[in-house]
Design a binder for this molecule. Structure first.
Ligand SMILES: NC(=O)c1ccc[n+]([C@@H]2O[C@H](COP(=O)([O-])OP(=O)(O)OC[C@H]3O[C@@H](n4cnc5c(N)ncnc54)[C@H](O)[C@@H]3O)[C@@H](O)[C@H]2O)c1
Length: 343
């Protein structure tokens, strides 16, 4: 099969012929239809802060995968060759108490496809267990690809703040209105009456956010950003939730500085920053949580939200041969919503 592989840290990817995977007992081979391009891939390529180092070179990236079942290992039930599937990306051991509680994506022994297991920027992907697949039925796998990480992770983060955003005088700031942040804005807009503020350094992203559900956009690089966010509800108290999809020192400081009493700060972006709170009094009752991917049930919910409410990303399509262009366009903020490699 063909695969786009990273030969060494910081290099361009190269297209190579590699052996087709064959499924062992319990495993499934998926013929990839599409695989999304995420900012995490840019970070992995450069060995930037926050992401684990790839296990070896040359490495096949790609954690946002959909396709059709190509071959089933012994003992696999519930799927037939040809079924359209989405690949849930957080592969835990399936047996520990974290997995048994439904949080396999944060299992202490988790592997991430495309990060610590070979990924889907290739013709075929070996999936270690059928439980990592979610059936797509007659949905288009190419369109479904961004749901398997950008949609899933945004939904996982949004789910953590829904309870705070049940009234129209509530507000939420989404820092980083790129691939993941745009999904968050769409889910927040569909699921809450709260005021949604998009915060981004890029003017194009801010403008776009206003067309998909944000009612206000703030330039995080402006000296006015803190004041604008504190004044969102007109009382100077700040926003009831912040979801930070960037995660560098400056965005974390901004988030910590604008959160209202009883608010929640959700950290998603893998920017390698440090969050520091000057703790002087308990009376703020702010909650801080990291958020990683989402559960398999969350992926099923995200697929339903696409079916029922049409929530998805507009995909900018690239061929596998154009993978380096896709990574460059993402790094330069040139992709409107989500880049997708179509095999
Ligand atoms: N926690 C998880 O499970 C998880 C999963 C997937 C991706 N991620 C991480 O989420 C982040 C977002 O990924 P993406 O694919 O949406 O990236 P993206 O490149 O599509 O979007 C990033 C957005 O952040 C904006 N931005 C950059 N610097 C900023 C700043 N200082 N202030 C405000 N906005 C700024 C950019 O203009 C862009 O709109 C990445 O760090 C990625 O690694 C985390």
């Amino acid at each position: 099969m063909r695969a786009a592989r990273l030969p060494s840290t910081g290099s361009d990817l190269v297209i190579e012929e590699v052996p087709d995977p064959t499924p062992g007992p319990g495993q499934v081979v998926v013929k990839i239809a599409a695989s999304g391009v995420c900012h995490s891939d840019v970070t992995i390529q450069k060995a930037g802060p926050g992401m684990p180092s790839v296990p070896y070179f040359p490495w096949t990236l790609g954690h946002e995968n959909t396709g059709h079942v190509r071959a089933l290992g012994d003992g696999v039930t519930g799927f037939e060759v040809g079924d359209a599937v989405a690949v849930w990306p957080g592969w835990g051991d399936g047996t520990c108490r974290i997995c048994r509680a439904g949080h396999e994506h944060i299992c202490p022994n988790v592997s991430y496809v495309g990060v610590t297991q070979p990924g889907g920027w290739a013709d075929y992907l070996l999936v270690p267990a059928a439980r990592h697949l979610v059936p797509l039925g007659d949905l288009d796998p190419v369109q479904a690809a961004p749901l398997t990480d950008a949609g899933l992770t945004a939904y996982g983060a949004v789910s953590k703040v829904l309870g705070r955003l049940t009234e129209s005088d509530r507000s939420v700031a989404v820092i980083g209105a790129g691939g993941l942040g745009q999904f968050a804005i769409k889910y927040l807009s569909a699921l809450t009456p709260a005021r949604i503020v998009a915060v981004d350094v890029d003017a194009g992203k801010r403008e776009h956010a206003l067309t998909i559900g944000a009612s206000m956009a703030v330039d995080s690089s402006s000296d006015e950003a803190v004041r604008q966010l504190l004044d969102v509800s007109g009382d100077g108290l700040g926003v009831d939730a912040v979801i930070d999809f960037v995660g560098i020192d400056s965005t974390l400081a901004l988030a910590a500085g604008v959160i209202a009493p009883c608010g929640a700060l959700i950290l998603v972006g893998i920017g390698g920053g440090t969050l520091s709170f000057g703790y002087t009094s308990p009376n703020q009752e702010v909650q801080v949580s990291t958020s990683s991917l989402g559960s398999r049930a969350d992926l099923a919910a995200v697929i339903s939200l696409w079916k029922e409410h049409g929530i998805n990303a507009e995909a900018t399509r690239y061929s596998l041969d154009d993978v380096n262009q896709a990574l460059q366009d993402l790094a330069e903020h040139k992709i409107a919503e989500r880049g997708v490699l179509v095999m």
